[in-house]
Design a protein around this ligand. Structure first.
Ligand code: DAT
Ligand code: MG
Length: 152
């Protein structure tokens, strides 16, 4: 049976404003990621500072928090085999200019400070981010009828 890992994915305020919510979710759904949790909210500065705590000393940190707090986001938890590699492959590079055309950042955005989507980049950061954005009871446990058609 396939070993599943959870990742935290967020459609950032620019992704919401560009009406890309459905389009972005479609990519994960159709690829075969398993949806575990989802909510629509305007994140507080406190939450965002915690979320990006590892970057607190970088010069772009205040602008990053301001941008992420400037409008609503879609926060999600998805489950997939080998989530770090799979997530990076779907999202593209941090800088959209380095992202391949088939990736979400490669197709839908231009600049690093407006890169429309977040995805966890390790199992450890995923666990931290999921517990920051979701309560345990908000994570839904169910079996997808397509599971045996996605995993061998
Ligand atoms: P990622 O979002 O790909 O995990 P990261 O964790 O290094 O990248 O940085 C988090 C976010 O911070 C990134 O999505 C956009 C912003 N950021 C990173 N480097 C930046 C830079 N040099 N200038 C402006 N924003 C930057
Ligand atoms: Mg990161």
């Amino acid at each position: 049976m396939a070993h599943q890992e959870r990742t935290f994915i967020a459609i950032k305020p620019d992704g919401v404003q560009h009406s890309l919510v459905g389009e972005i979710i479609k990519h994960f759904e159709q690829k075969g990621f398993h949806l575990v949790a989802m909510k629509f909210l305007q994140a507080s500065q406190e939450l965002l500072k915690q979320h990006y705590i590892d970057l607190k000393d970088r010069p772009f940190f205040p602008g990053l928090v301001k941008y992420m707090n400037s409008g609503p986001v879609v926060a999600m938890v998805w489950e997939v085999l080998n989530m770090v590699k799979m997530g990076q492959m779907m999202l593209g590079e941090t800088n959209p200019a380095d992202s391949k055309p088939g990736t979400i950042r490669g197709v839908f955005c231009i600049q690093v400070g407006r890169n429309i989507i977040h995805g966890s980049n390790s199992v450890k950061s995923a666990e931290k981010e999921i517990s920051l954005w979701f309560k345990p009871e908000e994570l839904v446990d169910y079996k997808s009828c397509a599971f045996d058609w996605i995993y061998e």
